[in-house]
Design a protein around this ligand. Structure first.
Ligand SMILES: Nc1nc2c(ncn2[C@@H]2O[C@H](COP(=O)(O)OP(=O)(O)OP(=O)(O)O)[C@@H](O)[C@H]2O)c(=O)[nH]1
Ligand SMILES: [Mg+2]
Length: 457
């Protein structure tokens, strides 16, 4: 099937130093040459060279002074003929050049279409293609390392190794099924080899569970009594006046969020409206939204003003989350502690809930709160991965299915089920692994993967 020629702006829209328009496909050079006038009057554009000149409209008007390059198939990003135009980065200029390219017969690319073509042309496997998107959208250095490792093919290599191991076992089993009389199989050896592959699969799944927080980021919700100091704590964590703080209870009515980096994890801190019964329509919506956010949050910080009596409504919020997801913050420690708060804190401590004592007004112990959040997100002692392979959600899902098949195979082997009947577990495991690298892929999977991309990549 011959694909049409596609084009897109590959740099972010807006004011910038340069803008890049990329054209890929059979007619890329023809289209590029038709709108380019070389300064030196060269006849043909030389591959892998930068040429200085102008983009000229069909009416002969010079649109911009540019540098262009041509990368013929297969030595280009997409594996097709690629023509790139570097122009001045204003949005009007790049859009005008793009229009000119389209008028010459190119079609506007869809999200991820350049990378999809690179994948279809065998320039990269599916896990590398996904890594391109992960690299572009990485919000922390750790996320960048994780993506870059996969971009260089580390996951593909690992998956190929496991698959090779599986194929080896399958070959042994096939030989036995075909020539039962002559070729015996060593059940213990087969079991051992399968267990080893199972362990490798499990390790990759664990890496996903432990480390994908570096990629996806985390949500921390600040909630509690009105006037407890939630907004002051948000400001103290961020180190700037993000939220309005006043002595009036009910100051925050809508939620406010901002992202900071905690121990390498992009963490969204969300300040919510204080929990109380109210007649104010806006405040009621805010309080309900707060409750929803508590459910979504990876961690909630339940904030109390130590100087005043805690309400049952706020204490009950503890039941909305498992206790390892809760940090109790006892704020305003510069003021005398209310009796009921003392006994409440003792009770919570007994339940094993982490308690941090802070004074948001002066910023005292806010660092402890941030550290406690970091430890909770990572588990004590877990460092950001260096050089570890961290599968994304789709990849982890496939690994889990492969793991299930391997487990089923080992169990059936132990039970003495006939080889003919359990061989299919290994076939299925291998198929799930092939879907990770895209060796086997459906249009659905590809659509899902590439729709997450930005246009122009
Ligand atoms: N003494 C003392 N006052 C504090 C402390 N933290 C916050 N406050 C004060 O408590 C009042 C309420 O603070 P906010 O941060 O607005 O509290 P909030 O929980 O966001 O309040 P609402 O948005 O109304 O629910 C303000 O006057 C703050 O200056 C603290 O540690 N010590
Ligand atoms: Mg507030």
């Amino acid at each position: 099937m011959e694909l049409d020629t596609i084009c897109a702006i590959s740099t972010p829209l807006g004011l910038g130093g340069i803008g890049i328009i990329r054209i890929s496909g059979k007619h890329a050079l023809l289209i590029g040459e038709s709108i380019f006038r070389s300064k030196k009057n060269i006849q043909r554009i030389k591959p892998y060279h930068l040429h200085h000149g102008y983009i000229v409209s069909s009416q002969g008007e010079i649109i911009d002074e540019v540098l262009v390059s041509y990368m013929p198939s297969p030595g280009s990003y997409t594996g097709e003929d690629v023509f790139e135009i570097n122009c001045h980065g204003g949005p009007v200029v790049v859009q005008k050049i793009l229009k000119e390219v389209i008028s010459k017969g190119a079609r506007l690319a869809q999200a991820g279409e350049f990378t999809m073509r690179a994948f279809l042309n065998g320039k990269m496997d599916l896990s590398q293609a996904e890594a391109v998107c992960e690299l572009i959208s990485s919000k922390s250095e750790a996320a960048m390392h994780i993506a870059s490792k996969k971009l260089h093919g580390a996951l593909k290599k690992k998956i190929d190794n496991i698959k090779q191991g599986l194929e080896h076992i399958m070959a042994q089993l096939l030989a036995h099924m075909d020539f039962e009389e002559e070729i015996d199989i060593d059940y213990l050896e087969i079991k051992q080899k399968t267990s080893d592959l199972l362990d490798e699969t499990t390790r990759l799944i664990k890496n996903h569970d432990h480390y994908s927080v570096f990629v996806q980021g985390a949500k921390v919700v600040l909630c509690g009594e009105v006037n407890a100091g939630k907004s002051s704590i948000l400001n103290a964590i961020l180190g700037r006046e993000r939220a309005i703080v006043t002595p009036v209870p009910g100051t925050t009515r809508d939620y406010i969020e901002d992202t900071i980096n905690i121990h390498g994890i992009p963490t969204k801190i969300i300040d919510t409206a204080g929990i109380r019964t109210s007649d104010d329509e806006i405040e009621i919506i805010g309080v309900n939204k707060g409750r929803e956010l508590i459910k979504e949050g990876d961690i909630i910080c339940l904030i109390f003003d130590v100087s005043s009596e805690p309400s049952q409504e706020v204490i009950d919020l503890i039941n909305l989350k498992p206790k390892d997801k809760i940090i109790c913050v006892a704020n305003k420690i510069d003021l005398p502690t209310h009796k009921k708060i003392s006994s409440l804190l003792k009770e919570l401590e007994k339940k094993g809930i982490d308690i941090v004592y802070t004074c948001a007004k002066t910023g005292e112990h806010i660092d402890r709160l941030v550290n406690t959040i970091g430890h909770k997100l990572l588990g004590r002692g877990i460092e950001p991965p260096e050089g570890d392979i961290v599968p994304n959600i789709r990849q982890a899902e496939n690994l889990k299915q492969a793991k299930q098949e391997l487990n089923d195979f080992i169990r059936s082997l132990d039970q003495g089920v006939e080889i003919d009947l359990i061989y299919t577990h290994l076939e299925s495991a291998s198929r799930y692994l092939s879907e990770i690298t895209g060796e086997i892929s459906t249009e659905d999977v590809l659509d899902k993967v590439f729709s997450n991309f930005c246009i122009g990549k």
